[in-house]
Structure formats: C-alpha cells, structure tokens
Design a protein around this ligand. Structure first.
Ligand code: BGC
Length: 765
C-alpha cells in the first residue's frame, strides 16, 4: 500500500468510527405482530388440521452440513405437499430452493411457504474471521458489516434464516464452542450480539437481502461444567442475570427474529423444557415476541436428560416451556398428538406456536412473495465478490492481536530473510473455521501464499494432528539460514467448535517439540498463533520476543497477517477472552470479585492464588499492543441531570505520541462496591476503537447512567454508592482513575435494560 492509499484508508476508518459510536438505538422486535400478519395467521390456523399445525412446528434437515440439499428426495417432497413440514435446514442454492418452495406454495393444501435455514455464522461464501476473532476487533460496526455481507450472499442463495449470532458468554477455554462467541465479557458480548443482528436483519426484515437472525443458545450454554460441551450449568441467579443473559437482552432490543434454546440444563432443568426460563422470563417478563426453535434433537433429548420419561412427555414439556419449533427430532410431529389427547390445555399453546412461526414467515414477506429470496443470476455475481472480499480483508486485519513485542521486534524489515515454519501456515482449510457454510478453502489465501513474493523458506516441521516429527530437521535447517523465524502454531479448525472440548489446551501434537528445536537455534522468533480458543502457552512462548494472535481469519487470512507483520497496518485487536498461563487456571475471568484475601505475590501470605503459577492470565482480557504509543490524560467525570435522568459524562484524552497513524481501543471499566456485596474488581462498560493520526489526540466521552451499574438481587436494583471509574488500554493496563457518587436507590423497571446489556453512548472529538 502506498502512503496516499494508506492515509485514505485510515481516514475512512476514522469516519467509520464516528458512525459506529453513534450506533443507532435499536427498535423493538421487527417481527412484532402487525394487524395484517395477525389476521392472516388466524385465518390459516382456523383452516389447519392438527397434522398441518404440527407440520409447521417441524424443522427437518434437508441435507447435511457437508452435503446440502442431499435429503430432498421424493419422500421429502411428498411430505411438503402434505403440509407436514414448516422449515428445512442444511439446504441452499437459489434454484433448488425455488423448486422446493414451489412445491410448498403450489402443491400443498394451504400453500404456506417454507423457511430455509442454515448456520451462516461468519460468512456464507466469503468467509470472515471466526466470531471469537471478530470480537477481538472490538469493532461492532465491522461485525455488522461482516454479517451484512453474509446476509446478502445467503439470501441471494435462497436462505431466509441463519442460526447466528451465537452469543453465549464463555469463561472456560476448554469449551470448544468459545470459538463461536464473543468471549468472556457480557458488555462486549452484548455489543457484538446487537451488531450482528442488525447486520443480518437490517432495521426492517422487509428490506432486500436480509436474513432472520437467531440468538443462541439461550440461556447459559456457555457455563457448562468443566467446559464439557452439553454439560450442566450450575450457576447463581446473580451470575445468570449479570453475566450470561445480558447478550440475550441486547439481542431482543436489536430485534432478533428468533431465539434458540440451549442443549444443556440450567440449575437442574434442561433449557428446552424450562418454562421458568423461556415462557416466564423470555416471553412474559422480557416480552419477547419472536420465534423460539429448539437446538438439534434437543426436544427428544429431554428423555436422555431424565426430565421426560418418553417422547410424549418430552413434547409436552418443550411446548409448555415455550419452544415453537422442533429442530429435527420430529417429537412434536410424532408425539404431540398423544400428549394433546391426554391434556387439552396444551391445544392453545400449539396455536400460539404456529402463530409465531407464521408471523416469522410473514415478517420476511414470504406470504406476499414466497420467492423474494434467491436470485440465481445475482447469486453468480454476488457470492465472493471483490466488494465482499474487501470487507473480509478489513475484518481479518482488524481482528489480529499483537500480544507481545519486546524491543519493538515487529514490524519486520521488508528485506528480512524469513523461515516460515509450521503446517498451519499453509492450512487453507483451517483459515475458514468450522462453520464454513459454502466457503471454499481454495478461495482462501494462506500465510504461506501471501508471503510467496518475499524471501521466504517454508518448512512445515510438524502438524497439530500428526505425531510424525521427521520434518523438524528441515525446519531447523531453514531457521538457521534465516534472519527471523515466523513460527506458526496452535490448533487446526477442528480442535474447537461443537463437541470439541479439550482437557489440555496446550499445543496439540508434537508442536512443542518443534518450538523447542527452533528456539535452540537461537534465531529470533515471531510466534503466530492460530486457534479457536485461548491456549495455555506460558512455557511455549517463554523467551519468544513477538507473539501475534491470529485466530482463524477467513479467506483473507494470509494477506491480513502479512500486512501486520510488515507494518502496512498497526495492529489494534484486543483479547475478548484472557489467555491463561496454564490449563489448571481455568475457568478464569477478569471480572471476578476480589475475595477476602486477594491474590498476593508473596507466597508466605495465604491468598487466593495457585502456589505453582504466577497470578492472573498470561495475557488479560482487553490486552493488545500497537506499533504506536498512546498517552491517556485529563480524565473528567461530570454529573448531568437529576433524579430519574441522572447521568455522568466520563471523558479522557488519548494522544498518539508516535510517528505513525494507528488505532487504539480505549476501554472504560467500573467497580461498584456496595454495602454488603462483593462486586467484581472491574466490569467493562464502554469501549471505542479510535483511529488517531500520528501526533494527534482524540477526546472520547462515555455517558453512563445509574442503570449501567445496577446489580441483580432477585431483580435489577440501583444501589447508592461510590463507583470507581477506570479508563485504560486493557483490563490490566488502567491509565486513569476517577470516581463518581451515585445517590439513587431504586428498582429498575421491567422493560428497562440494565447492567452489561445496556449500551454506553460514546462520542469522539
Ligand atoms: C448446534 C447449533 C446449530 C444446529 C444446526 C446444533 O448442533 O448446537 O448451534 O445451529 O446444530 O446446525
């Protein structure tokens, strides 16, 4: 990139930030009943047989994730004709889906259109960074644009509905699904949730190129015991409401058209059969109007949980809980009739569920034009377009986190002789992660490919899955002949994701041996991490001067990493989840309470720490370095208004004291110690990714109100007290301290959003 282009790109990024800080106030649910939709739903329900109603409540797999549409055979078409299916997942393609839709609307008795769904998680054909990586951008506006690209591509391919965003908070890196979410923090998680929903749905589902979003997996899937997928969550109500639920409240405020219930149980009740959680909390208290779908087979799995004695009971439990649509288990289709015969009070619940499904279809405009999604001609132009690739490049670059850079080792000199080592450097399949939709690995540029034009010797050394160490000798040889070693290490895409929990989150395979052999050459090393979860690498990274976290960055992986390595771009990503030193420290999170005996470096004192490990994570939440330096100054905390409209303007000046344009993620944390309660040492309540030209400064202002530091005590409560304000560059790099006094004491009204779900307004001057 020449200087003028770089400058233009930089200014464009600054303009974007200005837009993102004015993130719109989100309108209420966009699938809320309009009168016309309601009339249509009632009319149809009045005509429907029970079998047709149960059909609407049934979602079937039209294929497999790796063989889309493969189950759409004659028998499937007959079932559609009989009105015994409401939705298909794992289907795609403008032409095949138009044919399938035609059968539903022209050959079934009532002509109700089908809903077509897929997990379009971080891209459809153009693949973006995995969600944990995207969260590292600390850039919700970018996440919105990435979701927009996915929605344009998927809807042109005939899809109506994505099972995304996944908004489960995760504090245990052993859980394989941490890759799918935004990490450990409910404030960041809430912002990423609403941004993606807005990207998928826009502000109105009647717009062109939209996808119905699905907030999943409601309510505490990420709190699974021991990080084992599907396992129970046994957490307090305080933790549930303050940590795990906020992104779901933010998702409702952003208008998410659907929710998915989690597989696991929460405090003894499987979520898919949990009426307190779904019907009482989500529906009655939060007023959620959208569609609720079960997870894959989860209704039938109520039997395996032991919560239901047979599928008939399972069907009744899920219906009572408020689950409208059965994903794949066919328990509603096959067993609900028997449950209804035994208990007539279930009948209105069936009508309610069908009504919500019909409303979702109507909200997408499918009754007016069942073929408004899917355009075969445009599909050819839009999928993987240059414009979409440009967003993928930006997303990949902005998601990279510089974890360590001793002696300003990076950026590299352009004429450096490089040894590129590690099989992941050339693993195109891993670049596109595990939810790859219709992404193609041969459309990805690996790091090896991106470095081809430079003086680079590539040696794979070892691979994360193969015990073979015979490649180490050639890798050592390559290192000896180089000025610098780029040592790529981590997991492949299939080490994380669903059912991919691991008890050891060190380097898989013989990679540690490779690292030791390369280190022994004495050559300077840049460690380039690729992974879907934070790994525990204290020992592995010992003595390595520069470390980059690169996740799985999507199709534009290699060029994005190269841009950062050679200083075309100054990195500004931040960790959305702290990296432990070693496995025994997890679960670990920055927002923990201090305890009566806070961790003390002096081992002769009895304190809350491990004796055999240093205190805290290797790299904390919010951590990420830059090639520039920033000075933080002039914190002001100014109260505004009174009584019900009390607020505080918290402002700080951030100056780029270096000679290069760069970005900085300014973070606002609070601590609200309250009488009788042990509150977390810090809680994120605002952030801004600022583009600041060399030598220039920005004044960033956050507006907090008492709801931002409300606590859950059986309901949201604002309690009076002194609130500590911390502004800094990470959860452990606090540069400015202040305080405010909150005189208010009141309960937060129903309908109001409190805690981490509440958006903090940010302005930049
Ligand atoms: C996952 C969901 C996903 C669904 C459909 C399940 O196994 O838990 O996240 O949306 O499959 O693919």
């Amino acid at each position: 990139m020449n200087a003028a282009i770089k400058r233009r790109a930089f200014l464009a990024a600054s303009a974007l930030l200005a837009a993102s800080t004015r993130f719109p106030a989100f309108a209420a649910s966009k699938v809320a009943a309009s009168e016309e939709h309601e009339r249509r739903a009632r009319g149809l329900i009045a005509q429907m047989s029970l079998a047709e109603k149960l059909g609407q409540m049934t979602q079937l797999a039209g294929g497999r994730q790796k063989a889309l549409n493969s189950r759409i055979d004659d028998a499937a078409l007959d079932r559609v004709r009989q009105g015994r299916v409401g939705s298909y997942l794992h289907v795609a393609g403008a032409e095949p889906l138009a044919r399938l839709q035609r059968v539903a609307v022209e050959e079934s008795r009532l002509g109700i259109p089908l809903l077509f769904a897929m997990d379009v998680v971080h891209g459809y054909r153009t693949i973006m960074p995995v969600p944990l990586g995207m969260a590292a951008s600390f850039d919700p506006e970018l996440a919105r644009r990435a979701a927009r690209v996915a929605a344009v591509e998927a809807s042109v391919s005939g899809l109506h509905w994505t099972f995304a965003p996944m908004i489960d908070i995760a504090r245990d890196a052993r859980w394989g699904r941490v890759v799918e979410g935004a990490g450990e923090d409910p404030y960041l998680g809430s912002r990423m949730a609403e941004a993606q929903i807005l990207g998928f749905q826009t502000d109105d589902l009647a717009n062109k190129d939209v996808l119905l979003a699905c907030a999943k997996h409601f309510g505490a899937y990420g709190a699974a015991d021991g990080g084992r997928d599907y396992d129970r969550a046994d957490i307090s109500n305080e933790t549930l409401h303050e940590v795990y639920l906020p992104p779901f409240q933010a998702a409702i405020a952003a208008g998410s058209g659907s929710f998915m219930t989690a597989f696991n149980e929460l405090n003894g009740v499987p979520t898919t059969g949990n009426a307190d959680l779904v019907r009482s909390l989500l529906r009655d208290q939060w007023g959620y109007q959208g569609l609720v779908v079960s997870d894959w087979n989860a209704i039938l799995e109520l039997v395996a949980h032991g919560a239901a004695s047979d599928p008939v009971e399972a069907a009744a439990l899920a219906l009572r809980a408020g689950v409208d649509m059965d994903m794949t288990s066919e328990t509603y289709a096959d067993h609900l009739e028997k449950a209804l015969a035994a208990d007539q009070t279930l009948l209105p619940l069936v009508d309610e569920a069908v009504s919500r499904i019909l409303h979702a279809k109507a909200g997408l405009g499918l009754f007016d034009d069942p073929f408004r999604f899917g355009e075969a001609e445009r599909e050819k132009l839009v999928l993987g377009s240059q414009e979409h690739r440009a967003v993928a490049r930006e997303a990949a670059t902005r998601s990279i986190v510089l974890l360590r850079n001793e002696g300003k080792f990076l950026p590299l000199r352009s004429d450096a002789r490089i040894a590129l080592i590690g099989a992941l450097a050339d693993d195109a399949s891993s670049t596109i992660g595990s939810w790859r939709a219709r992404g193609q690995m041969d459309e990805s540029i690996t790091l090896r490919a991106a470095l081809e034009s430079r003086t680079v010797t590539y040696a794979p050394g070892v691979s994360p899955r193969d015990p073979d160490t015979s490649g180490i000798a050639a890798a050592v040889e390559a290192a000896r002949n180089a000025d610098v070693v780029l040592l790529v290490m981590g997991e492949d895409f299939d080490h994380s994701g669903e059912a991919r929990s691991r008890s050891d989150i060190g380097l898989p395979g013989p990679q540690k041996e490779l690292v030791d052999a390369i280190r022994a050459t004495g050559k300077p090393i840049v460690a380039i991490l690729m992974n879907g979860r934070p790994l525990a690498l204290e020992e592995v990274l010992d003595g390595i001067p520069a470390v980059l976290e690169t996740w799985f960055l999507g199709n534009e992986s290699g060029p994005a990493i190269a841009d950062v390595l050679f200083g075309e771009v100054s990195p500004a990503g931040r960790l959305p989840m702290g990296m432990p030193r070693r496995i025994g420290q997890v679960p670990q999170y920055y927002a923990h309470p201090p305890t009566g005996r806070p961790a003390n470096p002096d081992l002769s004192k009895d304190s809350a720490r491990y004796h055999d490990a240093d205190i805290g994570p290797l790299f904390p939440f919010g951590h990420g370095l830059s090639y520039a330096e920033f000075r933080y100054s002039d914190l002001s905390v100014v109260p505004q208004g009174k009584g019900g409209s009390l607020a505080w303007k918290i402002a700080a000046t951030v100056t780029n004291t270096s000679a290069r344009d760069a970005e900085e993620v300014v973070q606002l944390y609070i601590r609200a110690p309250l009488a009788g309660l042990a509150r977390p040492v810090k809680e994120l309540r605002g952030f801004a990714r600022l583009a600041i030209p060399a030598g220039d400064a920005r004044r960033v202002t956050f507006t907090l109100d008492p709801e931002h530091f409300a606590v859950w005590r059986g309901g949201w409560q604002i309690l009076p007290g002194s609130v500590e304000i911390m502004v800094g560059a990470s959860s452990e790099d606090i540069r400015l301290h202040g305080r405010l006094e909150n005189p208010e004491a009141r309960a937060v009204g129903p309908g109001e959003i409190a805690g981490a779900a509440r958006l903090t307004t940010v302005t930049v001057a």
